[in-house]
Design a protein around this ligand. Structure first.
Ligand code: ZN
Length: 150
C-alpha cells in the first residue's frame, strides 16, 4: 500500500465517520431524489437547493456501505456552491475517474479524487456513484424515487 492510497483511504474513512451535510431538511425549496442500489443495499436520498443558477446547498441521508455513505458526503462538499454547469461537468468527470478514464479537471474533483481506486473494483462502481447519480438527476429536473439502473 503506497502513501497516496493510504491518504485516499483516510479521506474516505474520515467522511464515513463524520459525514458532512448529513440529514434531510423540511424545506420546500429543496429538490429531493431517492436512489436505491438493490445489489448492495445502498439507499440514499439527496436534497439540493438551486438558487440563482448555483447549487446553494446539498443534504443527504441514507444507509449503505462505507463507499456509498462517504461518497455522498464528499459529493455534497465538492458540488456545493458550484454553478449548475460546473456541477454537471464535475459529475461527468467523476464518472470518468470511476471508470478509470482520463479526468479533465483533477483540481475541480477535489477530495472526490480519493475514489479513483474504485476503477479497480467494478462491483463497487454503483456504490461510489449512487449519490452523484442522484445529484445529476436532480440537476436534470428529476425527483422521486428510483433504482440505480444497470
Ligand atoms: Zn454499496
Amino acid at each position: 500500500m503506497n502513501s497516496v492510497n493510504d491518504l485516499y483511504r483516510q479521506v474516505i474513512m474520515e467522511h464515513y465517520r463524520s459525514p458532512r451535510n448529513k440529514g434531510l431538511v423540511s424545506d420546500s425549496g429543496y429538490i429531493c431524489l431517492r436512489l436505491k442500489n438493490p445489489s448492495c443495499g445502498d439507499d440514499i436520498t439527496v436534497q439540493a437547493k438551486v438558487e440563482n443558477g448555483r447549487v446553494a446547498a446539498i443534504r443527504h441521508e441514507g444507509t449503505g456501505c462505507s463507499i456509498c455513505c462517504s461518497s455522498a458526503s464528499v459529493m455534497s462538499e465538492v458540488l456545493k456552491g458550484k454553478t449548475i454547469q460546473e456541477a454537471k461537468d464535475i459529475i461527468a468527470d467523476y464518472y470518468n475517474l470511476i471508470k478509470g478514464e482520463k479526468v479533465k479537471d483533477e483540481e475541480a474533483l477535489d477530495e472526490a479524487i480519493a475514489y479513483q481506486g474504485v476503477a479497480n473494483f467494478p462491483a463497487r462502481v454503483k456504490c461510489a456513484t449512487i449519490s452523484w447519480r442522484a445529484m445529476g438527476a436532480i440537476l436534470e429536473g428529476q425527483t422521486g424515487e428510483q433504482d440505480v439502473e444497470e
